[in-house]
Ligand binder design. Sequence first.
Ligand code: ATP
Length: 752
Amino acid sequence: MSSRVRKRIGVLTSGGDSPGMNPAVRAIVRTGIARGCEVFAIYEGYQGLVDGGDKIRKLEWEDVHGWLRVGGTLIGTARCMSFKTHEGRLQAAENLIKRGIDALIVCGGDGSLTGADIFRAEWPQLVQELVQMGRCSKKEVEPHQFFTIVGLVGSIDNDMSSTDITIGAVTSLHRICESVDCIASTAISHSRAFVVEVMGRHCGCCGADFVFLPERPPSTDWASEVCGVVERHRAQGKRQTTVIVAEGAIDAELNPIKCEDVKKVLAEHLGLDTRVTTLGHVQRGGAPAAYDRNLGTIQGVEAIEAVLRAKPNTESPMIGMRENQVTWTHEVAEAIRRKDFARAMELRDPEFAEEYAAYISSTIVDTRSIKLPENEHLNIGIVHVGAPAGGMNAATRVAVRFALNRGHKPIAIHNGFKGLMDGNFEEMSWFSVDGWNAKGGSELGTNRTLPQSDLGAVAYQLQKYGIEALLIIGGFEGFKALQQLEAARDHYPNFQIPMVQIPATISNNVPGTEYSLGSDTSLNAVTVCCDAIAQSASASRRRVFVVETQGGKTGYLSVFGGLATGAITVYVPEEGVNLERIRKDIDHMRHLFKSDNPKRSLGRIVLRTESVSQTYTTEVLSQMYMEEGQHLFDSRTSILGYIQQGVTTSPMDRIRAARQAYKAILYMEEKAKGALGRTDDVRAAAIPMRICNDFDSAVIIGIKGSSVIFTSIREALRETDMENRKSRKAWWWSYRPLIDVLSLKVAHANGI
Ligand code: ATP
């Protein structure tokens, strides 16, 4: 849409506040301005729309500075009864017309979007009434015959049918996981049981012993179920018990299950010292996680796009995410009319069923129903390769526990392929991985040694320990390890076993997946660091920090970290850097800092992927800025280094780890089952029991949209840029331009 189009757009946040609303408003304001529009904040939700006056205020570019890292909503929200009345909406329409506002972007939950839809449908009638009543003149209403409304789903309950994920749900999960992790330490110390009440259903990633979810009601005899599980876990050596009760939990007969009921059962039946904790509003608050900052930003940008493209007869779209893609849907009203949220939610959140299955299969030692017949049991080797990444341990935990529940023997291989060659194997027990879902790094130990360095030793040790399936958890080194083993299958029959790689690296560069484990944990670590750096830069005024990120030859961390922290620009290997580019950036910085607006003098950050150039290093860039900035601005550097690996694994990485590990084990079982059986004689001849050498028995497991997919190593190689150690497909690259839009660069170029 060209810059000739000029609209006056209102934005409001409504219903319960959710982290990510501020990044959305920031993106709406800045994209709106960059596209030649005026954006008005409507304070206090629909109440501001009805009250008008100074509750409707124009926002300038700088007004939203620093909003990315603030939780809740800075433009306020309220429950507004009068907007539910015709008179209230009439007043709202009058206020909008009088201010010349011709479009409205509403960020809120289902109630708020229902209100928006009713308002839109009623608009022509409201306009007519205002004229008839003499409250607006014909001339005034002339340009407002049609009104555009765009919805964004901001809600910590991931409960809207038209989107896979709502703005705020992931941050809420961060707060839940942090709280449950904290509770676990006191529970372990006192050998206590905690019953924790939470909102939302994605809480399986907290590693609780039992979860009560409204979507998965237990039988009416849930007391026996929960006691059985807790007893089995305690028998394995657990000193703490955590039971999560999601709000609205019910049993199969729809009787509510309350925390106090569960506490009573644990205390009376098992004699456990049991405490109840209700997380309540803690789950709403705090700085948005990187995921919600970017979700809010991406959807905010898209909302402006939707407003600009709206035609008189287009219905109000709702912006959502499906399969990792931004979508516009027009079915809000219909979904809402159906009022069938629970069912819709099941359909729209395809990941939930798998997440839940992974949780059940790994957390509850109840092998009665899921154990395989003995002849299908496998010795499964698990090895970590390459640099540590969040989620490696979480994946190992689920793989070990699920394998045990199926009757397999999970065997940890310590210290990567080096350890494998040295025969550093250990049979894992259910308890040996307790607490690993939260732990960052690699508990097994990891390094960059590849099988190629001694394939014979690898084959020998696999044979010696009778390894019948191999799970490789690692990044590009893991990918290469899989490739080398697969390529050597003809020479080494011991490699003719199912082999699955779960990509785990902060660089997010492994072919076959949209997200590697650790990429989300790392993004959060980068975001936290950059927030601190940006704060320092702002305090010092007129300072530009050049922040160096890792990521190999992939700019994912810089682009998504830059979006999440409001970097003014990023230097990434995908586009490289040259003098011309640096000159333009310095020009842009001068433009920013020479302004009289005091907010423009606040410091800025630039993200630079370490490998982008050997000449324009972080230090060189910073010195160039210093030299050229002269009296306008100075510059400092910050190299994030290993901090980027993060400490605690993020909820998203835990969820992804659990799903992939669970499916990896199932995949190995399936491949082994379909493989050629051999006799014991053959085993004695140093050949595995089952020969498995189809091309799809050496695969990378990955996340694509909302699905878990498998790609054979041979197929994955076709999309691999071996030299630059990355996939040729980079879905995230399409978001790179947003950095320029949101840093005033585009507006600057357009003369705004
Ligand atoms: P959350 O998911 O956090 O509860 P929500 O958007 O569903 O958010 P609600 O309290 O249901 O929260 O709705 C917020 C506001 O939206 C209401 O106070 C009211 O102003 C408006 N609203 C809700 N339903 C309607 C409706 N049917 N007609 C008009 N306005 C409505």
